[in-house]
Write a new protein. Structure first.
Ligand code: PLP
Length: 414
């Protein structure tokens, strides 16, 4: 995969997508539509909107507005999908996907290396009678061994946060195709600028828009995109009322009706607008932050006070070859371990540029000690199973100058 060739298409789609439906009064940006109600000239159309025969209109903003629809069309184009439903947050998108497509008695196979809150959500889902097996998704054999007759779905991330394990994305895609399973890939860390999960057979792609796509740490949002590869008619959990129209849209119709209309985790037009503006520089930002992250990872790896560096584009990374085959660059996420974990607090306090904060995917570099914060609730056993050392430090690399950033780490490590 070649960064510049791919990004030309992606960036072009990205900056022109708002105008594809026609923008009011010739404006370049889709306006922020704040109306909650949408009126109809003819009552026949109002009736048709409820019965699914009148398409293209809006009814009540909980199910979407022209502004959120424009963002959905943009994400669909970026992910090379057939449709997208946006949510108020990435967790909203993941929760809606699991809760609307799985039922009690079903079985979910999930990567053991996932975002902490996703891992916590798996516990909630188990409480509802859906069995969850967490496996080492770096190995397709581990995923295959967990599959049972009741298995409906496999859930993985591209580059796992914080340890940067890379799932066997292509192998699992092949397996899910053979077994007729819904393959959900959380593409948040890589984003479509570095990787399109459709290429490995993903059925549904999750993006926390909050992170890489919006990119500036000032808007929350999430999205689920259907790649068009999954065959919905044989899937038993689609409600009869959503088994009409083109079957390619059945999965998302159910996610929109049950997940957005009934559960209400709606993205506001204001946030959708901010995300859309932020996304316009997606390819530029990711190219720059990935380049800085690789330079910082290389520098840290040579530092005598650093014990280990986890970054998929370092040759020392366990899935280095897989990552370089699949992704256009290594992303802005890296983590490392100090040789002397007891110096961690002092080292982090000496840094002046990275902000000590829990978030990811900002224009500013963010840093956090992982075990005593985001994975504290998980406990030591779960941390060990996820490969999280007690002294692990996570870095979300921003857009600061590379030399300034490395100089700051150099001072802090002295
Ligand atoms: C942050 C994150 C989420 C959740 O996104 P929010 O927008 O914060 O709800 C999901 N998956 C991954 C991989 C993330 O990093």
């Amino acid at each position: 995969m070649h960064l510049s060739a791919d990004n030309r298409a992606l960036s072009t789609d990205n900056v022109h997508s708002d105008r594809r439906f026609g923008v009011e009064h010739g404006g370049i940006h889709k306006p922020i539509h704040t109306s909650v109600q949408y009126g109809f000239d003819r009552v026949e159309d109002l009736i048709g909107a409820f019965q699914g025969t009148y398409k293209g209109g809006y009814q009540y903003a909980r199910q979407g507005t022209p502004t959120t629809a424009a963002l959905e069309a943009k994400i669909t184009a970026l992910e090379d999908g057939v449709g997208t439903v946006c949510f108020a947050t990435g967790m909203g998108a993941i929760a809606a996907t699991l809760l609307t497509l799985l039922r009690a008695g079903d079985h979910l196979v999930a990567s053991r290396y996932v975002f902490g809150n996703t891992n916590s959500l798996f516990g909630t889902v188990e409480g509802l009678g859906i069995a969850v097996d967490k496996v080492d998704a770096c190995s397709v054999e581990a995923v295959a061994a967990a599959i049972r007759p009741e298995t409906r779905m496999v859930f993985v991330e591209t580059i796992a946060n914080p340890r940067t394990q890379v799932a066997d994305l292509a192998g699992i895609g092949q397996l899910c195709r053979e077994r007729g399973l819904i393959y959900v890939v959380d593409n948040t860390i890589t984003s479509p600028a570095l990787f399109r999960p459709r290429a490995v057979g993903a059925s549904l792609v999750i993006n926390s828009l909050t992170k890489t796509i919006a990119g500036h740490g000032e808007a929350l949002g999430g999205a689920v995109t259907d790649t068009g590869l999954f065959d919905w008619p044989p899937y038993p959990n689609i409600f009869p009322s959503y088994r009409n129209g083109d079957p390619i849209g059945w999965g998302l119709l159910q996610i929109r009706k049950k997940g957005l209309r009934d559960m209400g985790g709606t993205l506001s037009s204001d946030q959708a607008h901010r995300i859309s503006i932020g996304s316009e520089t997606l390819a530029l930002r990711v190219k720059q932050s990935s380049s800085t992250a690789l330079a910082l990872a290389r520098w840290l790896e040579r530092h005598p006070k650093v014990d280990a560096v986890h970054y998929p584009f370092l040759p020392s990374h366990a899935e280095h070859e897989r990552a370089t085959n699949l992704f256009a660059a290594g992303s802005w996420l890296l983590s490392f371990e100090l040789r002397d974990p007891s110096s961690m607090v002092d080292v982090l306090n000496r840094l002046t540029l990275p902000i000590k904060a829990t978030g990811l995917g900002d224009t500013r570099t963010l840093i956090i000690p992982v075990a005593p914060t985001i994975f504290w609730e998980a406990g030591p056993e779960a941390r060990a199973a996820m490969g999280i050392a007690e002294g692990l430090i996570r870095v979300s690399v921003g857009l600061e100058d590379e030399a300034d950033l490395i100089a700051d780490f150099d001072r802090a490590l002295q």
